[in-house]
Design a protein around this ligand. Structure first.
Ligand SMILES: [Zn+2]
Length: 286
């Protein structure tokens, strides 16, 4: 049995009321620690790593608003890569959650909220949905993130990439993307990260990286000049490929239809979730 098969079993049994449900971390020493990317929603604070039945020292926790991966070489992607390479993370779990406010916020609502904070519209990219990685489905967002991580050149084929949706009120995990299966089949680049042109084809797994898109937010918003373009140019040079020129800003933020208006969801104050699968001591098992 793989680690997350045992985790899901313990999780579902605990949610169902089985007080003996739990996990022997020592049985899965080769699959730990786990790297998890979740949302910043504070309601998740009480859920992890308890819902996974993992001790805190085996749980490397990355968080961003909406557990969004914006690209195969994005900042979060680099953190995942370092967490694997430097901190020894063995498996990656992208864990979205129900009732995610990032999902229910439309571009217009976001604009209003930013405006209320004194953020000027003309300093923002034209396409806010694309820039912030806004999404209309928690489930699809997790699938997309797994797809990008799985095919990122920063993550080797030895790392399983899983996708989950956690019920914010009960802590129950739904397994959306089984990284063990994807791990074994290792399909080629998917539609989510295809289409960066001849240079991308020559660079193989670097396909998803669009120089223009990468540069635009960093130089316009953060006023930080990225060296990624130089790096990619160098990479392309090594492969005898002429890098494409960054597109004009107008072409960088193509208009897409706005996300559908979200229903107004009344605020909830759920009690701390009851889920507590046990972390069972080793007892010399392996
Ligand atoms: Zn969220």
């Amino acid at each position: 049995m793989h680690l997350f098969e045992a985790i899901i079993d313990a999780n579902h049994r605990a949610v169902a009321g089985d007080t003996d449900a739990g996990l022997h971390p020592a049985d899965f020493a080769d699959e730990l620690p786990v790297i998890a990317l979740t949302c910043v929603d504070p309601r998740l604070n009480a859920l992890f790593p308890n819902a996974l039945a993992l001790p805190a020292e085996e749980f490397i926790w990355l968080r961003n608003a909406g557990n969004i991966i914006t690209g195969p070489l994005s900042s979060t992607m680099r953190s995942l890569a370092l967490a694997c390479a430097v901190k020894g993370g063995k498996e990656i779990a992208i864990i979205g959650h129900t009732d995610c406010q990032i999902c229910t916020t439309t571009a217009m609502q976001l604009l209003d909220k930013l405006k209320a904070l004194g953020v000027e519209r003309h300093l923002l990219p034209e396409n806010l949905n694309e820039f912030f990685g806004m999404f209309g489905s928690e489930r699809q967002n997790v699938i997309k993130a797994c797809d990008i991580v799985r095919h990122s050149p920063l993550i080797g084929p030895k790392i399983p990439v899983h996708g989950f949706l956690v019920d914010i009120e009960t802590g129950r995990l739904e397994w959306i993307v089984n990284g063990y299966e994807a791990w074994q089949t290792l399909p080629g680049p998917s539609d989510a990260i295809k289409g960066a042109g001849p240079m991308a084809e020559a660079l193989g797994s670097f396909a998803a990286f669009n120089i223009g898109e990468m540069k635009f937010p960093e130089t316009k918003i953060g006023e930080v000049v990225t060296k990624a373009e130089d790096w990619l140019s160098q990479k392309a040079g090594q492969l005898g490929v002429k890098p494409s020129q960054p597109s004009a800003p107008a072409a960088l933020a193509p208009q897409v239809p706005p996300l559908p208006a979200a229903p107004v969801i009344p605020p909830k104050i759920p009690l701390p979730p009851p889920i507590r699968p046990k972390i069972i001591p080793t007892r010399g098992r392996r």
